[in-house]
Design a protein around this ligand. Structure first.
Ligand code: PLP
Length: 261
């Protein structure tokens, strides 16, 4: 059997199974890569929201990354919930020292319910310590405002947001315009030279828990299989379209995107 591609998620656990590490591992499997996890925090969560979270010690996060990278190897990695400035510093040091790449950063700040997934002091570390290492950063509009101060209201604002994010040091940015008004959902991939627009018809559902994680992990899986960045984002977009179409109600709140049905 040929070597199986590998991908690592550095992220938080969702006890409800719809987002976070659980979504990433399901996505890695569905995208035909072997998934590994370095857990940063354990959230207490169901379909109604996140009622709390417990961080792991930063050295426990760094040791998980080092353990798998030095034995199994990491074809590509992604980050989700990083929780605190101290965990971010440990992740950045380890990823840099071990030369882990491609490195996709999903700058998770809050759940779709608005529950915080980041300590307030961690935004600066996300911007200054983690983003400069990213092959690709995948913020939604709220995360763009938090990281750059740019409020995206129109398609033209997305170009300004891309430039402001690229100035923070990532090699490329995927501005996710899903929350903008319009019939199509528009995302913009920009690497400082070339811009590619991805358009997809909107799918009307409230059950999109885990959609950001799933897009980032499907893109990471494609990178682990050797795709170019543009091809990987196209694969990620195709996968999330299918997953949103397969979303389903669960509990009495927001259901998750579906991976297999
Ligand atoms: N819980 C964890 C551990 C996550 O990583 C995320 C998103 O990255 C969420 C919850 C929030 O997911 P959503 O915004 O889709 O509700």
């Amino acid at each position: 059997m040929d070597a199986v591609p590998t991908a690592l998620t550095i992220a938080g656990s969702d006890s409800g199974g719809g987002a976070g590490v659980q979504a990433d591992l399901k996505t890695f499997l569905a995208c035909r890569v072997h998934g590994m996890s370095a857990i940063t925090a354990v959230t207490v969560q169901n379909s109604l929201g996140v009622s709390g979270f417990y961080e792991l010690p930063p050295e426990a996060v760094a040791e998980q990354i080092e353990s798998v990278a030095t034995d199994i190897g990491v074809g590509a990695a992604k980050t989700g919930m990083l929780a605190s400035a101290a965990i971010m510093a440990a992740v950045a040091e380890t990823v840099q020292r071990l030369g882990i790449a491609p490195f996709v950063v999903d700058p998770v700040a809050a759940s779709q319910h608005g529950d915080p997934l980041l300590r307030p002091d961690a935004v600066e570390a996300l911007r200054d310590v983690v983003l400069p290492l990213a092959t690709l950063v995948t913020p939604n509009l709220g995360e763009i405002a938090l990281l750059t101060g740019v409020e995206v209201r129109t398609r033209a604002d997305m170009d300004e947001a891309a430039a402001a994010l690229l100035a923070l040091g990532p090699k490329a940015v995927l501005v996710k315009g899903g929350h903008l008004a319009g019939d199509d959902a528009v995302d913009l991939l920009h690497d400082g030279e070339t811009a590619i627009e991805f358009r997809a018809p909107r799918h009307d559902t409230a059950h999109t828990h885990g959609s950001g994680d799933t897009l980032a992990s499907a893109t990471t899986a494609a990178l682990a299989r050797g795709a170019t960045l543009a091809a990987a984002v196209a694969e990620g977009k195709a996968f999330i379209r299918g997953a949103v179409a397969g979303s389903f109600p669960l509990g009495s709140g927001l259901g998750p995107v579906g991976h297999f049905w």
